[in-house]
Design a protein around this ligand. Structure first.
Ligand SMILES: [Zn+2]
Length: 502
């Protein structure tokens, strides 16, 4: 049986004696099960994922009290166990039942509600949600197995056997009649660019049609915010403190469906954003529900241990580290943004300024004489300034070769002082494109086609056919000049920002 990290590990789980209500607790929360509706308030953000795992609404739980040790058997088991691992329950020198981990959660409130507290006031807050629970026909004597694993007899603590150790005791288990079961949990498939865009397309589709859940409309905003975090952090995922302040303020500013002022708790806010529901059903997201994992990674996160962390899955973050993939994602998601928001301002606010224009954004200091403090989004100002900056020798050469005729429509615009055309960089000079000012990166266009090319309304396919970005319909063919080569990589870059796959 496999899990996300490879092969299953084995958790050796003490049930505990009557002194700590072990048998009663096992019968109550594992065999009988807990109705999710009875602990809905305590489960909070975990409720959605658990509801998906237990369609009949009855979940099987077991829990562990916290440990102060950093590196004993219990601490390591709590830290390293994974969804998909197998569990053997132990009592009275034998293993008597087995199960599989479906979900891990750190939730003192739910644990207290289910099991109460022990004599020291602690509760079994490090919780496993279990599947495939099965009482063994004959209890398996534990001593030979524990010895094979190099453990003391009897078992004294929650213990994790690595996948390799698990393999060494399989023959002993098989001899006792405990044979491996077919996995019910399928390992996630490898994330590819194709799968990423399928998942993004589902985000867009969820925003269309009648009776759209308001939370679905917030998702494109949230996804784009996450992409902006990656774009502005050179591939590093968002830090949780940004999640607290920035996303919340973005949703407040741009999400008209949210009528409440910002008094809601963050976790509720994010829950309303649709993230929790989507996280349990979409491979885009990764949820860290474990306080232990948080403590390992950074102290800051430990303070938020009760607020599960959520973000792009690491494979998604890796794919989106590439600016062309970011650009294509922005193009795919943009139509799903609320119609009444200023998309350029929104993209600038989430760190994606320039992603909606082929020329991109130049830093203010690169543009001599640019003035700060104008009204309106900065992006529009810089695009205009760039038109002026562009009058390079390369641009003049391209316009001269084509005699100022548009390479798309052949228009030659007459003015009183001669013909007028514009040099369009295919891969813009500004961020995020950072193209070069070379002849194979420049087109000679009329102002109309320049605007449409710059705004990703039209693109040029690999056969040099000019097409509408939305419909793919043919507009014409790009006219070439023998002394004016066109960089196919540059055209491909532009296509990706139009949302095209190749
Ligand atoms: Zn034209």
């Amino acid at each position: 049986m496999e899990n996300a990290s490879g092969v299953a590990q084995l958790i050796l789980q003490l049930r505990g004696g009557a002194n700590i209500r072990g048998p009663q607790n096992y019968a109550h929360s594992v065999e009988h099960g807990i109705r999710l509706g009875d602990v809905a308030a305590e489960l909070g953000p975990d409720l959605a994922a658990l509801t998906a795992l237990y369609p009949d609404g009855v979940a099987r739980f077991w829990g562990s009290t916290p440990t102060n040790q950093m590196n004993n058997y219990k601490a390591r088991a709590l830290r390293d166990r994974r969804v998909g691992d197998d569990v053997l329950f132990y009592a009275d020198t034998a293993f008597f039942a087995r199960a599989r981990i479906l979900h891990l959660l750190h939730n003192p409130a739910a644990a207290k509600r289910i099991w109460g507290t022990d004599d020291d006031g602690r509760t079994w807050e490090h919780m496993m949600a279990l599947g495939d629970v099965e009482r063994l026909e004959r209890p398996v004597p534990a001593a030979p197995i524990l010895r094979r694993l190099g453990l003391s007899v009897p078992l004294r603590s929650l213990t994790l056997a690595t996948a390799a150790d698990y393999a060494t005791i399989q023959p002993l288990l098989a001899a006792a009649g405990v044979t491996p079961r077919e996995p019910t949990f399928t390992a996630p498939r490898k994330m590819t660019r194709k799968r990423l865009f399928k998942a993004l397309k589902r985000v867009v589709d969820a925003c269309h049609g009648q009776d759209v859940d308001p939370s679905a409309r917030r998702l494109p905003l949230t996804v784009l915010w996450n992409i902006g975090q990656i774009a502005s952090a050179d591939g590093h995922p968002a830090e949780p403190q940004h999640l607290r302040s920035d996303l919340e303020s973005i949703l407040q500013r741009y999400d008209a469906t949210d009528s409440r002022p910002g008094d809601a708790e963050l976790s509720g806010k994010l829950r309303d954003s649709g993230l929790w529901e989507i996280a349990s059903s979409s491979e885009l997201w990764e949820v860290d529900r474990s306080g232990l994992h948080g403590r390992q990674r950074s102290d800051r996160r430990a303070m938020d241990a009760d607020v599960p962390l959520i973000g792009f899955a690491s494979a998604v973050t890796a794919l989106l580290g590439d600016p062309e993939t970011q650009g294509r994602a922005v193009a795919v998601l943009s139509p799903a943004l609320p119609v009444d928001i200023d998309k350029a301002a929104f993209l600038a606010d989430v760190g994606l300024a320039g992603y909606d224009s082929a020329s991109g954004v130049l830093d203010a200091e690169e543009v001599a004489g640019s003035e700060a403090g104008d009204q309106g989004p900065a992006r529009r100002k810089t695009v205009q300034i760039e038109r002026i900056v562009r009058s390079s020798a390369v641009a003049e050469e391209v316009k001269r070769l084509h005699g100022h005729r548009c390479q798309i429509c052949d228009t030659r615009l007459a003015t009183r002082f001669g013909f007028y055309s514009e040099a369009a960089h295919i891969k813009g000079l500004g961020r995020p494109h950072v193209g070069s000012d070379q002849i194979d990166n420049v087109l000679c266009l009329c102002p109309n086609h320049h605007v449409q090319f710059d705004a990703f309304a039209i693109f040029i396919d690999s056969d040099l056919v000019v097409r509408w970005a939305v419909s793919g319909e043919k507009i014409g063919k790009l006219r070439l000049h023998p002394k004016h080569p066109i960089g196919v990589d540059n055209l491909q870059h532009h296509r990706r920002f139009c949302g095209k796959a190749d």
